[in-house]
Write a protein that binds this ligand. Sequence first.
Ligand SMILES: Nc1ncnc2c1ncn2[C@@H]1O[C@H](COP(=O)(O)OP(=O)(O)O)[C@@H](O)[C@H]1O
Ligand SMILES: [Mg+2]
Length: 271
Amino acid sequence: MNDARKSSSEPIISLRGVEKSFGQQQVLRGVDLDVPEGTTTIIVGASGQGKSVIVKHMLGLVKPDRGLVKVYGEDLNRVKPRRLKEIRTTFGVLFQNVALFDSMTVFDNVALPLRERTRLSEQEIRARVLEKLALMDMDGADEKFPAQLSGGMRKRVGLARALMLDPKVIFFDEPTTGLDVNKSNELYRLFFHTQQQLKYSAVIVSHDVPKIFKLADYVALLADGIIQGCLSPEEFQLSEQPEIRAFVRETMGALYYSDLEERGLYEEVQS
Ligand SMILES: Nc1ncnc2c1ncn2[C@@H]1O[C@H](COP(=O)(O)OP(=O)(O)O)[C@@H](O)[C@H]1O
Ligand SMILES: [Mg+2]
């Protein structure tokens, strides 16, 4: 990642003082978060803290009670519905329950965004769909139906579909739910591989913190309704901030220590 570009350009997504309650329950208490262009930010935090609610704000699906949600420098709550729709066409979304249509083939599932949003010829659609499936190591699966695929393959079809309109920003909300460690890592490997080629920015919500998380540019911890810190993975792991330390200890303990060991820091930390 080019650091000069990172610091010079305006963030592609920016949240300021975002507060959100549902009934009596205040979920977000003043969330500040920037996603610099071309980078990947992982939002972590315990279940029920409001990670998905943050993503829904970024997608313009939920309005903040207070605070500002900006995408491409535009206040999402002030743009016209038509503009919001336009902005959304630049998003690729992959949620926990990959909603593939069971009655449609893999090909038709992946082709759907192109058929709905573009006027490309069938020939052009075919070329693009097969290209994205190849990118996902899914060559030859186009005539299959979702029920014939493994969980990992279904997620990859979901990823291919999310990438279909060449999005500027990809949103992943716990995309590896239900996959074992190997399959999860494989999905993330494909994700980071395609990101290098397609250069999108990404927001990933993850409760499990896979080893691959080190490939992200930033890790943001949501706890008690605020972002406790948004740091590089290295800074995050070594942070002295109490909430981050507690999270690292509880959730990432094994990974953390195996890492330090590799770097010869283990004894230093123990003493
Ligand atoms: N539309 C909604 N209506 C009422 N409560 C909601 C709604 N969306 C989220 N919540 C509540 O907000 C809290 C945070 O939810 P969520 O963002 O899904 O957590 P996370 O993704 O961190 O696990 C939960 O207690 C959830 O029940
Ligand atoms: Mg969630």
